[in-house]
Design a protein around this ligand. Structure first.
Ligand code: FAD
Length: 373
């Protein structure tokens, strides 16, 4: 009945389905969740587009991807400028002249650079043995203590002195007054939310929700010539080699009867005592306005807790360490042998991909199958 069955209505699946349809193919999309858009899903709560699976900021240097997404939805001019809260002291991120001025009262780039160099020298670290030493050798003690230590320990659930140094390769410091977190040519949030972006991609395509491919794969395989599978690769093979591990995040979301909770989309809590890593206030991704340009009277916040992942939890960040990468390679060998099924996306390939990379990956596959159009 169908040329393609697409398992998963996230970005990878939606782009593939959209391109297949344009190439004149019959496509069916299924997803086990009760909504489309996968992890970039945004739901409307009191006119606010809430990012249910974590804050998503679109940013890319890839002109082709930017041109592609902006065909389906307009983007606003949101720029990610997170704030760090260390025991009530607020600092600008990423580390820049505003941060250094607040930290040490320095005014010129030269003074700031001197301060960092002084602290690096005093630490006497020649060969960093762990993440703590690595961070201090890159940015000095004050920035490490106030802005890196607590946050990183909460993220990984272990002291920085017990974490390997390689986790932090670089810590960019800017000696300019530039709060823009991403070094990207293009950045923004889809007007109307990410769900609208995916909805527009899937226009005219049959989508069935609350359908788990793995529960009856014979039935689903019988419906289409080829399957694009964007679910977890280890689950597809019944975990025959073992389970691939992830880091998880727990979100505590609250609707508040007030206009403004924290004045910014993202505030990171960089001390060790506050149990959550950050608070997202979703309305500020769209400047606190609804689509008519009116101020939104309420606000929605999400506290994010970094947590250990166990089988059955929502998989968020793949743990791409040697053990898990080796395991993945074994699954990949099996996946490559499947004739009817192509694996793609963050779960199918067990990789952390930003949204632009997932879209580029899906488009690349489409070009291979359908040619340039
Ligand atoms: P998904 O969105 O996960 O889609 C896969 C879909 O397959 C899901 O809907 C799932 O329900 C479905 N599925 C799985 N198994 C089955 C099955 N057996 N049967 C039927 N359906 C199934 N990227 C950025 O560029 N900027 C950001 O700011 C950003 N923030 C992020 C924050 C967090 C917390 C995380 C974890 C990621 C973030 N990302 C960000 C990355 C972004 O989320 C991914 O690039 C994107 O969601 C990947 O899309 P996908 O289609 O591969 O996977």
């Amino acid at each position: 009945m169908y040329d393609y069955l697409v398992v998963g209505a996230g970005l990878f699946g939606a782009v593939f389905a959209c391109e297949a349809r344009k190439a004149g193919k019959q496509v069916l999309v299924i997803d086990k969740r009760d909504h489309i858009a996968g992890n970039v899903y945004t739901e409307d709560i009191e006119g606010i587009h809430v990012h249910r699976y974590g804050a998503h900021i679109f940013h890319t240097n890839d002109r082709m991807v930017w041109d592609y997404v902006t065909k389906y939805v307009d983007f606003n001019r949101f720029t990610n400028s997170p704030v760090a809260n260390y025991k009530g002291e607020l600092y600008s991120l990423p580390f820049n002249m505003y941060t250094f001025n607040k930290m040490w009262g320095v005014v010129t780039p030269e003074e700031a650079a001197q301060k960092i160099e002084e602290q690096k020298r005093e630490a006497h670290i020649t060969e960093p043995k762990n993440l703590e030493e690595q961070a201090i050798s890159l940015v000095g003690t004050d920035i490490y203590e106030k802005l890196i230590k607590g946050y990183t320990e909460k993220q990984w659930g272990r002291p920085c002195s017990e974490l390997p140094a390689f986790i932090i390769k670089r810590l960019p410091v800017r000696f300019t007054f530039d709060n823009n977190y991403f070094n990207a040519l293009y950045q923004g949030i889809p007007i109307g939310g990410y769900t609208r972006l995916v909805q527009n991609m899937l226009e005219g395509i049959e989508v069935r929700l609350r359908e788990d491919y793995l529960e009856d794969r014979e039935h689903w395989n019988g419906l289409a010539d080829q399957v694009i599978y964007t679910g977890p690769v280890d689950a597809y093979f019944d975990y025959c080699f073992g389970t691939l591990e992830y880091r998880s995040v727990r979100f505590e979301t609250e609707l508040l009867d007030q206009i403004n909770f924290q004045g910014n989309a993202a505030v990171n809590y960089t001390d060790r005592e506050t149990p959550y890593t950050r608070i997202i206030e979703h309305k500020w991704f769209e400047f606190g306005k609804d689509e008519k340009g009116d101020d939104l009277p309420k606000t929605v916040i999400s506290r994010e807790y970094s947590s250990e992942w166990k089988k059955g939890d929502e998989p968020y960040y793949p743990v791409n360490d040697t053990k898990n990468n080796t395991l993945y390679e074994k699954y990949k060998k099996l996946a490559d042998k499947e004739e009817k099924v192509i694996f793609g996306g963050r779960l199918g390939e067990y990789r952390y991909y930003d949204m632009d990379a997932v879209i580029a990956g899906s488009l690349k596959l489409c070009r291979k199958i359908f040619g340039e159009n």
